[in-house]
Ligand binder design. Sequence first.
Ligand SMILES: NCc1[nH]cc(CCC(=O)O)c1CC(=O)O
Length: 321
Amino acid sequence: MMTAIEKSKLRIGTRGSPLALAQTHQVRDLLIAANPDLGEPGAVTIEVIKTTGDAILDRPLSELGGKGLFTREIDDAMLAGTIDIAVHSMKDVPTYLPDGIVLPCMLEREDVRDAFLGRDHARLADLPEGSVVGTASLRRGAQILAMRPDIKVISFRGNVQTRLDKLARGEADATMLAIAGLNRLGMADKASSVLEIDEMLPAVAQGAVGVTCRAGDETAHRWLAPLNHRATQLCVEIERAFLTRLDGSCRTPIGGLARLKRVEDPSGTVFFRGMIIRTDGKVIHQTTREGLAADGIALGDDAGAELLAKAGPGFFQVGAL
Ligand SMILES: NCc1[nH]cc(CCC(=O)O)c1CC(=O)O
């Protein structure tokens, strides 16, 4: 009796931002819908954990250094046994997970593209010369400068609402955010326009939500299995293989996107596009691949190796943001 009760309890760890909570509520609801043994009231609880990335808001992300700024404290809680699973934006998950933690589940990917949010102008191209764009992302900043070298890119940190407030106060003329985040917050109407993939390549894993658990936790694996979206997992793994080869993070100016030729066929053909860009936007190296999904990891890795060779040493120096 005791063990039966114990086994039907699941503690989910998450950051406390409105976006993190929205994603966690979605995972909780899907878990309960897929697993009748989690249906008892109180069976699933949510534990909010503050990470280093949440705590330090006055410095640009690229200066904080190190990886796992948004995950380390959550991983520690999982290894200590105070939570059982954790919900993450895949974009913020380092390529190497700590020993004992695995990532068996990704939800179906949201829109991968970036949104442009302008105070007085609907599109990047409409901004008057010398306008100021705020972003925390070196990748977005660099791609903006590549298109519009006249624009001044400044550092914009904080959660989605904080950035919208900064924009409203006039700290910048425009900002950019992942559409996925806006959609999950029910704030899609805040976007003035959408940048297409060939104008602005998204970050690796943008728009994907992943769930981690302890490697040996068979109950958690069983509960999570029905939630995994194989096509998303496949594409994100290809992108992460590319990122691993480049030794990059969400804070380096790297873009990468894998897409299946037919989403309903996760064993079919996959297309990949990768890019590294100097922070000032003046040097860009790009590559594309097409291959079988079964060879996806090698494909992503190979694309990374090509760009690494093209860039040469010293390419990824932390820039101005
Ligand atoms: N680095 C912060 C972060 N991590 C995930 C998202 C958005 C949601 C997503 O990409 O899945 C954001 C904010 C943003 O880029 O606008």
